[in-house]
Design a protein around this ligand. Sequence first.
Ligand code: ADP
Ligand code: ZN
Length: 603
Amino acid sequence: MRKMMMQDAYKVLEAVFGYTTFRSPQDDVINALLQSKDAFVLMPTGGGKSLCYQIPAIVRDGVGIVISPLIALMQDQVSAMSQAGVKAACMNSSMPPGHNNEVERQARKGELDLIYIAPERLTLPQTIQWLNECQISLFAIDEAHCVSQWGHDFRADYLQLSLLHEQFPHVPRVALTATADSKTREEIIARLGLQQAAVFVSGFDRPNIQYRIAQKNQPRQQLLNFIQQEHLSDAGVVYCLSRNKVDATAQWLSAQGLKAYPYHAGLSKEVRQQNQERFLKEDGVIIVATIAFGMGIDKPDVRFVAHLDLPKSIEAYYQETGRAGRDGQPSTAWMVYGLEDVIKLKQMMAGSEANEQFKRIEQRKLDAMLGLAEITSCRRQMLMAYFGDTMEEPCGNCDCCLTPVITWDGTDAARKALSCVFRTGQRFGVVHVISVLRGKLTDKVTQFNHQNVSTFGIGAELSESQWRSVFRQLIARGYLNVNFDHGQVYLSEKSRALLKGQETIALRLDTNASKKKSSSSGKNNSAPVSSDDIELWEALRICRKRLADEQSVPPFVIFHDATLKDMVVNKPSTLQQFSMLSGVGKKKLDKYGDEFLTVLANA
Ligand code: ADP
Ligand code: ZN
């Protein structure tokens, strides 16, 4: 019996989804569910969590109930399933009145494979009553970290989901999340009663994402160069810390001829919805956003995520950058950061009114993020280590691997910097301390008589920007602390050994990364195909967009970029050949095969 069901799973993989092999651990998860076992699945974004419940829901008798907090997304998920020929529906408060009744009726009659439902709706007594009248194949609890108060997206409604276990003890449940930290994991298992569940954890690496962190000098211009040189007409997300900066950046990018729209909590619901809609449905839209944007966005073909401000933790950084390249195609996580970012975040931490324990945790998280920004070896190795995965070799796909960082012996400079902070009384900001080091007679220097301190002018050999680099690294690495009030710097315990000459320090040599990148990558086009095929690629995209518009669905619901790329590479000329492409199942073959073959034939 069991074997037979796994065979069915392979058939569905091929006929419905158009894929030939499972990605680990999809097959194991599916196998567990087919055997009516509960499962807990931890996979990175883009790892392929959806198939883990979609396939068993199709193979098993009855309807699969998918609980998801992302109402805005449900319709797209249903569209994607329908395109593949799966009978799916959704139930949430945004649906017209008669809709939910109709879904209930169809489910009772066993006419549906999948229902996406919002948690607040699922836990209503009448919903439970209705579910008791249906045959249910499984419960899938998507975004399961929402049950955790420790995590970042807590939803009170999720707490109620423990009732599934009590009310439907024989229906297998699968909880899925991309959130890695162990505390959240423990909380999910405890709160959802998943102690008996089989646990599946896949590696957290996202090899298709290229991680790059460069020094900030003219952030907007650097961003524009990056987009123009590497991601012109690609979809992307740009994160900024404040609403004002979001608005200004979106405006500026638009003025440069890009399709960029803002997204933050200060905009009206209509505007937000409209901008999100454009992002999903039009090609090459850039969303400039605060962190308010992202959770509800399952767009698979986001080609870049850019940060103009430093996130507060590696968790946040990894989650935000993880929105790039869910389809597994090459993508870029790009960030610029500088001395001001370090000072601003350190200052915010110092002024935080949270309790001591919480502050310590926050501080440690920020320090890890700064460590990642300043690291001179492979960034991915550090990221993986942070999440408890070891990577033996450097990745070859981060800026540190691609352009090895040069370090210099900064011991002497660091000592000068630290003693100058000390000699001027540890109550000034970095700008003033640099003036003293460089022997500049500014108003402030004369006001405080700092031309008379012993460190005045001892650092004339380094330029202002070189000193800024030294200070950034000293602060980021904890040799200097930052005061909350005005960002004054003062010595930390750690600086003592360095000052006393018991320790040396190697510093990063900052270079103008944006310049270097353009010459190294050099290509002026972002299409993932060779230059001979760009016209064909564009023609296929236009065909996809037309078909999507006709049905008011996002283009990726028709075919993912990976499938279009497969068309360009293999140039099928018959339906039989077309059916072999990754992502082409039976239904899509019938529906779209001829149209795309025509485009291919005319190329
Ligand atoms: P997640 O929910 O984990 O973020 P998705 O379920 O959206 O990821 O899947 C990410 C991408 O991977 C989708 O484009 C999906 O079609 C593709 N995918 C999933 N499983 C497979 C597979 N076995 N073979 C090929 N592509 C797959
Ligand atoms: Zn690397």
